[in-house]
Write a protein that binds this ligand. Structure first.
Ligand SMILES: [Zn+2]
Length: 305
């Protein structure tokens, strides 16, 4: 444990889910997986029809296979298992050989926002707290749109300033940070690297950094007290897992994402997404720890290698 002020269940965004007893969590996950496999096997036109009734019957989905499927069946591949309208699209760029369009339904976005609020609450941001994000906008995932939704769900202040990777951007951002005084800066790996090299002291007491499978080195690095890492794979879940105050692994959102470690490789299945990716191969090496965590969350922790 790195920090002295250990959080309790009171600091969880959704304590009823995040501190659910393991057996109840396993039952919830099994129920959602069964429903997913049923929909996958019975939805006409989906790429899963006829594959099999168990998850293991499905071959892992590589990033290359995802990109090929989307190209062969535009705009989003044959992953759709319900008819809810798709209301936002973006480009997946992590763990895929080329930028690949993905999309969300209203229910997907609501869930992403609340998972994002969980992740940011773990960083220490509370309702009415102030943050600023240095993420890209537009089509980029994970980007400022997803983080703004999460801050909205948390009732915290968003202040998008765009990527801060050079002196001019830093000067512009610093002027507004001087006025607003964010408690947490939400960054990606390039902005974090630049801000930590900058001569001035960091403008906030903590960083939340969004890391994708393209940041394998940063995911596997030792934990730090001033940086809280969030693991993001937008084609499966934008806020799939995140570090808590104990800084001892990344709590996986097990009610939304099922993780398997096969031959040391991390496969993720989106349990509730409108465009359902089954057994997506992250290309990362990881281990799962289901032992209790000091923070009170019961969801398993990922450790990257
Ligand atoms: Zn924890």
């Amino acid at each position: 444990m790195v920090r002295s002020e250990m959080s309790t269940e009171a600091s969880l965004h959704e304590p009823t889910v995040q501190a659910l007893p393991r057996e109840a969590l396993a039952a919830l996950q099994a129920e959602r997986l069964a429903a997913l496999l049923h929909r996958a096997g019975s939805t006409a036109g989906s790429r899963y029809v006829g594959v099999g009734a168990t998850l293991a019957a499905h071959a892992p989905l590589t990033g290359a296979a995802l990109a090929d499927e989307v190209e062969a069946h535009p705009p989003f591949g044959r992953f759709r298992l319900d008819q809810a309208a798709l209301i936002r699209a973006g480009l997946a760029t992590a763990a895929v050989p080329r930028p690949t369009p993905i999309a969300w339904t209203r229910a997907d976005l609501d869930r992403e926002a609340s998972l994002g609020a969980r992740a940011l609450r773990r960083v220490g941001l509370a309702p009415r707290g102030r943050s600023s994000d240095c993420l890209d906008g537009g089509l980029v995932t994970p980007g400022t749109l997803a983080v703004s939704d999460a801050l909205d769900a948390l009732d915290a202040l968003a202040l998008p300033v765009g990527p801060v990777v050079n002196d001019a951007a830093l000067q512009r951002a610093a002027e507004v940070w001087e006025i607003v005084r964010p408690e947490v800066l939400i960054v990606d790996a390039p902005s974090l690297a630049f801000l930590q090299r900058a001569p001035a002291s960091p403008p906030a007491r903590a960083f939340a950094v969004l890391l994708t499978p393209d940041d394998a080195t940063e995911l596997a690095a030792p934990a730090r007290p001033d940086v809280c890492r969030i693991f993001s794979l937008p084609q499966v879940c934008t806020f799939a897992a995140g570090e808590c105050a104990a800084r001892d692994g990344f709590h996986l959102a097990e009610d939304a994402v099922l993780a398997e470690v096969v031959d040391g490789r991390l496969l993720l299945t989106a349990l509730t997404r409108g465009l359902a990716l089954l057994r997506f191969d992250t290309g990362l090496h990881a281990a799962l720890d289901r032992s209790p965590c000091a923070c009170g969350e019961t969801h398993a922790r990922l450790r990257f290698a």
